[in-house]
Design a protein around this ligand. Sequence first.
Ligand code: HEC
Length: 468
Amino acid sequence: MIRYYFASTLISLSFVGVLHAQDGEQLYTLNCSACHGVDGKGANNGVFPPLAGSEWLEGNPKRAVSIVLKGLEGPIEVSGKPYNLAMPPHEAAMDDGTIAAIINYVFNAWGNSSPKVAKDVISVTRAEHEDRESPWTAADLLKIYPLPKQKTVLKDLTSRVYKGQWEKIPDFDKIQSENVEEEQNGIVSLSLTGMKDNFGVVWEASFVAPEDGSYEFYLQADDGARVILNSKMVCEVDGLGPATPDRSSTGKTDLTKGYNPIRIEYFENNRNQDIEIRWKKAGTKQWDWLTKKKKAQNKATNIPLTPSKDKTVIYRNFIEGTSPRAIGFGFPGGLNIAYSADHLTPELIWSGDFIDAGRHWTNRGQGNQPPSSKKVVTLANSRYLPKEARFKGYSLDPNGNPTFIVAIGNQTLRDSWKPGETGTLIRTLTVSGGESTLEIPLGETGLTESSSVTLLPDKSTDITYTLK
Ligand code: HEC
């Protein structure tokens, strides 16, 4: 236990040493992107919840800070989608400056825009929840920091749910509905229906127009939907298909100030369900929402996260009880390594799949996350560097390839890894800043030409690891 905390503190402090605490983007990439995605949309194609456009980042910033400090587990809804996973705590591993830098990056990346958070907010939040020992649940957190209410122009909103399989919007007046619900929050939402496939919904309400005039509506739906105001159809998307701009519909209608009856019809055949309705006064720019507000995504920052052809991926495991505390790297070309920050050496190398991260996230605290492959070779399993050696963190080159940095007295050891020809990794070792030579064991024979290497000061040595 003690060793875990010691090791984790060591690692986080060294990050700050190598990076600047202010570099929120890089700190985010190292600490959050494995789960939330470099693009903030949720890693593994949205298995993890998005931070881009998340309502959990709006309003009181202590909500997001609390999540980073303590972690979060159990059911939660983010941007209208349900999740039930676990996020590990970061309070032991990160100082206030690091958390502030990450939060401020997340608050303003990918189209998000929330006010800047001062470092004091982190220390105050830390103190306020000092006694809490378990991760948050969404419900607990919302009692303290409720989500800001979306203001809505819909009054007396009701929904009727219908069961049936259709390929076009049916005549709902001829079908018996399952139930009628009053939607207190005035937002048109599919998550409240609890339905998955083969159903329809009709919402009815009063649209409270702020003034007389012409109004413009925008609709997209998966599958079909229409918007009717004052018994006049304003927009419609019919048939089967996704909710995308090329299946959208816009329309204009004149409204009088005050109550105008609105009816929204919707059906879902199978797979994804979605509806998005926006409105604005004709001639103005700012859209308002009848469905849950979605934020515009900044497409320019769309960097792929999952293992790709030319980018190395990183796996950082914050989960307690893990030994050794390793940082994993999955290289393009199918070789992977795990570096131990307590033993100051790469410990494992394996070919094939990298790591099944999903497994660990859903079973918090279930021991080590094993590499996905059976062909794991041990490079080292104890510390061999001199006693005064200290881990100083790592840096990444533009392709995500790591250089691990260790200080040994007045010398610095740099240990870089990058993919070589298929089935190989190239390791470059350099010791600088002193006179001493350094003996480095290279692991099991057969992977490299020799089983150890002697580093001469200020001279780089390349070693090729070959693994089938
Ligand atoms: C090990 C994977 C993992 C890491 C690392 C991780 N998260 Fe999470 N995060 C999750 C999961 C899973 C949830 C949802 C938990 C649930 O289902 O209750 C979540 C939820 C959240 C939420 C609330 C929901 C949302 O999507 O807005 C925020 C905010 C958040 N994380 C921020 C961060 C930040 C900032 C970091 C980096 C310091 C981070 N997370 C690191 C897995 C992770």
